[in-house]
Design a protein around this ligand. Structure first.
Ligand code: PMP
Length: 941
């Protein structure tokens, strides 16, 4: 029984001691807690009472009891978080090591308390209690614990023994929120299992507690092991003992838990725990022990293999004396590129069923054999909408050849085993053993074969084609799956090296690494260059609403509004390349593309008055040009723009850019021809009621009056018709109508920046201004207009454009080039053919409905902004104060990346999830995104 005492002096825990707790154990605890305090580890220190002791006597319910008063560690429990971020797991590992290190300083001899949790006696405990385990689980526990004990046995003599806490687990640590809103452990409680034990058992217990989660695995626990090792370096034998100990801990938990349940039928606490304990055991035994050890060694920067083959050359230099199959290693052998960048996989070919077989068949039409290399992640193995990393990394070399081709021994060897469709051949030379495992072969041979001897025939696996799948088992006897996740590739490279050298082939270079590429980029780019993500994936392909990295992972792209019709649409790439082959010049010449594109743009314009087009290369240029046109036309220099806006980077576009995120000193550094008015943001601004539009417009009017009285009359008013940069915030009703009227009444012109929100994205409307029921005098567009091909435009009235003549000629070298025009026309064609504006309406509507439903369940969501496929989910720490949850938003975006979703923060507060995907987004995509977001908001980030 524990009581929380909330006193003016602070919070305390009054612990009523059980009869079994011995005074000597308590005194060791006191020592331990003193040492931990000295080591800076937060733990509940006992208070000395009136009798000078940390143990007090009291009467409770008529009986005499012993009590202790401990400092109360305030905070949350880690057991409540379903998902643990790597930084949190790492903090738990450091804490576990810090505790072990602190306890080392306790001078009193550590007691051997004979606890069943002492992993030194795990074997006895398991044997004694195994009978209580339900039958369906008993054998698995028995086998795994025998194996773990056998692995541990030779290491025991080298394991250090000391006083350990023995239970530094998710249950027994106290957490504080970090800046990202994640619970991070800072203190340890429950010293009831304090006793002598193996030092490495402290870590094994901590690690096993991390396996009790739906998505947890050895891989996700590695940061804890790494962090422990950093604080308290483990010896080689301790590292080897770690995973067997984790398995044993899992087994002890299972047998003890089931035993407890069998003793006390009604003990719900025990029965509930049993399933969690079984999950720990299952997770610990789901990895091959050799693989587990290799992963841990690799994570600790140790050489992954304990006994690497002596001859490293063996693994890299070609060594075969005879080709395994005819044509191998000659020009008769075609290399099949199934990687992310392979031209064979353009135009979505990677999604076809049996893509590998189809490409192999094509290659065999002109070659004797085709080879798909080891270690090059295969896009053909990728899956879309997958929240886990797909197994794309081949541990094998695949050889495609006509069925029934003969397979020969590449060197003098021995066939050591033969299966129904596989053989294993091995040879030993100068102390090194080379072992090849080949699948897809029928063989009746056994025993010794000489180089060149026939070993068998290749089996028909796909309409006359055979595939020999070759794995190099020289380094370990681990039978690796043919495909593993790329994150583990370093480990698999060590366990099952490239078989190609053993086949007499020169191995291929590995694919480029994202971290290396990041370093290369940082060397060239200025710090001011914006970039996404702490550890960005290396994206080298896009397809429709997906981005694909070099590891063959497909991410759902929820932010690329530039790729409006989707990434790499073949209709667009064909239009561009066809035009590029024909002609690419500039708009001073006559070609049809110019008028073709302008005609289409003017057809889309919100009013027939907007009949004149100027073509440029980007949104920035369009805004810059629009400002210049307005100033020339009105003869006034004053431009009024809204707060929180982004309009581009050139001198003029930047002058009207007022977002504090894009430029922290924006407001202080505006040139005198810019006047900034409050953004009519109904979620955050000074007016949030139904008549906000009127209120903001009135204030606008008043400000214009004040300006006019100083002799400064407005030349142009510029804004996004939906506050895109603020996260898709819709303007209050009637705002633009009133403001445009006011501007025009004063002789100014109205510029609508439709670069982000216009061009069909809103679903209900082609233009943002339509949502407000207004027609601007000048429209700027870019981004989606060329789908990433540089293309922008100003659409305006003929009389306004005429003002440019006063300054001579207008010309932009690449603006409106034949290729730009071809791109612009193809984009509009695709939008029409695929009904993308309508799709934005339907899918966007579905997405918004689902997001609003999420908002009802997750208080972090303040509101959902936007329309169509321009939406924003605004995250706040408090629904009342609307304090922006900016760090949480950043962390959530990082977590969504792990789940396969590209999402980024926006608004000057960086607390809005910006949702502006390609317009070909499907309902399934929208559901996947919302489900992932739901999981993150529920389970943590
Ligand atoms: N206007 C708006 C509203 C924008 O969002 C942007 C770009 N984010 C621009 C103009 C500038 O366009 P670009 O990057 O093509 O120069």
């Amino acid at each position: 029984r524990n009581f929380l005492i909330d006193a003016p002096e602070g919070k305390f825990l009054l612990k009523v001691l059980g009869a079994g707790t011995s005074e000597s154990d308590l005194l060791i605890q006191d020592d331990a807690l003193t040492q931990l305090a000295l080591a800076g580890i937060a733990a509940p220190r006992p208070r000395v009472g009136a009798n000078g002791s940390t143990i007090q006597h009291a009467t409770m319910g008529g009986s005499q009891v012993r009590v202790r008063l401990l400092d109360f560690l305030d905070g949350s429990s880690l057991a409540d978080s379903t998902y643990l971020a790597p930084s949190v797991i790492s903090a738990l590992g450091s804490l576990s090591a810090g505790v072990a290190l602190g306890l080392r300083a306790v001078e009193a001899p550590a007691p051997d308390r004979g606890l069943q949790w002492d992993l030194r006696r795990a074997g006895d405990v398991i044997v004694a209690l195994l009978g209580s385990v339900r039958e369906s689980r008993r054998e698995a526990v028995d086998l795994a614990s025998r194996d773990a004990r056998a692995r541990l046995e030779p290491l025991i003599g080298a394991l250090r023994t000391q006083l350990i806490h023995g239970d530094v687990t998710d249950d027994n640590v106290v957490c504080r929120d970090d800046e990202y809103g994640r619970a991070v452990p800072y203190g340890v409680i429950d010293f009831g299992d304090l006793a002598e034990g193996w030092l490495v058992a402290e870590l094994a217990v901590t690690v096993s507690s991390l396996l009790n989660r739906t998505r947890s695995s050895l891989a996700s626990a590695l940061p804890a092991i790494r962090a422990f090792h950093e604080v308290l370096p483990l010896r080689d034998d301790e590292v080897r003992a770690l995973w067997p100990l984790v398995v044993l801990r899992g087994a002890v938990l299972v047998v003890s838990g089931e035993h407890q349940v069998s003793l006390e039928e009604g003990n719900d606490y025990a029965s509930e725990r049993v399933e969690g304990e079984w999950r720990i055991f299952q997770s610990a035994t789901s990895v091959n022990p050799v693989v587990a050890e290799t992963m841990i060694r690799d994570a600790l920067g140790m050489s992954p293999l304990i006994d690497p083959p002596h001859d490293a050359q063996l693994l890299t230099a070609p060594t075969a004396e005879y080709p395994l199959v005819a044509g191998l290693g000659t020009p008769q052998c075609e290399i099949l590129d199934f990687s992310t960048t392979s031209p064979l996989l353009d135009d979505g070919a990677w999604l076809q069923v049996d893509a590998e077989w189809a490409l192999a068949r094509e290659a065999l039409a002109s070659h004797r054999v085709a080879l798909a290399p080891y270690g090059i992640p295969r896009l053909t193995r990728a899956t879309v909408l997958s929240d886990t990393e797909p197994a794309t990394w081949p541990t094998v070399t695949d050889l495609y050849l006509p069925a029934d081709s003969l397979v020969s021994a590449p060197f003098d060897a021995k066939i050591t085993s033969t299966g129904p469709n596989s053989i294993t051949v091995s040879a030993t030379r100068e102390g090194d053993t080379r072992v090849l495992h080949i699948e897809g072969i029928a063989s009746a041979l056994r025993g010794i074969v000489a180089a060149g001897d026939t070993m068998g025939v290749a089996l028909d696996q796909h309409e006359g084609i055979a595939r020999l799948r070759v794995q190099n088992r020289s380094a370990s006897d681990v039978a690796a799956a043919p495909f593993v996740v790329p994150s583990d590739s370093a480990v698999w490279r060590a366990l099952v090296p490239n078989p190609e050298p053993l086949l007499g082939l020169v191995p291929r270079e590995p694919v480029p690494d994202a971290q290396d590429e990041q370093r290369r980029r940082l060397a060239f780019f200025p710090a001011a260059q914006e970039r996404y993500y702490e550890n960005p994936p290396l994206f080298e392909r896009g397809w429709r609403e997906h981005l694909i990295d070099m590891r063959g992972r497909v991410y759902l792209d929820m932010v690329n509004n530039v790729a409006g019709v989707g990434h790499s649409d073949p209709r667009l790439t064909d239009a561009i390349s066809t035009q590029l082959r024909l002609l690419n010049t500039n708009s001073r010449f006559l070609y049809r593309g110019l008028s073709d594109l302008c005609e289409r743009l003017v057809q889309h314009a919100p009013s027939p008055e907007l009949d004149t087009v100027l073509l440029v290369n980007s949104g920035t240029e369009a805004v810059d040009l629009a400002i210049r046109l307005a100033q020339l036309y009105t003869g006034r220099r004053l431009v009024v723009s809204l707060r929180e806006a982004y309009h581009g980077w050139s001198m003029a576009a930047d002058a009207v850019t007022t977002s504090a995120y894009d430029n922290p000193v924006a407001l202080a550094s505006r040139p005198d021809w810019v006047h900034v008015v409050e953004s009519p943001n109904v979620y955050r601004g000074s007016h949030r009621e139904a008549n906000a539009g009127e209120d903001y417009a009135r204030e606008f009017d008043n400000e214009m009056d004040a300006l006019a009285s100083t002799g400064e009359a407005i030349g142009a008013f510029l804004c996004e018709p939906i506050l895109g940069n603020a996260g898709g915030v819709l303007l209050p009703e009637g705002y633009l109508r009133r403001v445009y009227d006011s501007v025009r009444a004063r002789g100014g012109v109205c510029i609508a920046d439709e670069v982000q929100v216009g061009y069909g994205r809103l679903g209900d409307y082609f233009w943002g201004v339509e949502q407000q029921g207004v027609v601007p005098d000048i429209i700027t567009i870019a981004k989606a207009m060329g789908n990433g091909y540089p293309l922008g435009a100003v659409i305006t009235r003929r009389d306004i454009a005429a003002a440019l003549q006063n300054e001579g000629h207008f010309f932009s070298s690449a603006g409106g080039s034949p290729v730009s025009c071809a791109a612009g026309i193809a984009v509009l064609d695709i939008m029409e053919q695929d009904g993308l504006q309508e799709n934005a309406r339907v899918v966007g509507g579905h997405l918004a409905t689902r997001l609003r439903e999420l908002a009802g369940r997750h208080p972090l969501i303040g509101t959902v902004h936007g329309l169509g496929l321009y939406l924003g989910v605004e995250l706040v720490r408090d629904q009342e104060t609307r304090e922006p949850a900016d760090t949480e938003t950043a962390a959530i975006c990082e977590r969504l990346l792990e789940l396969g979703v590209i999402m980024q923060p926006t608004s000057e507060r960086q607390n809005v999830l910006k949702i502006k995907p390609p317009l070909c987004l499907t309902t399934a995509d929208a559901d996947f995104f919302v489900d992932c977001l739901d999981e993150v908001l529920r389970d943590g980030w």
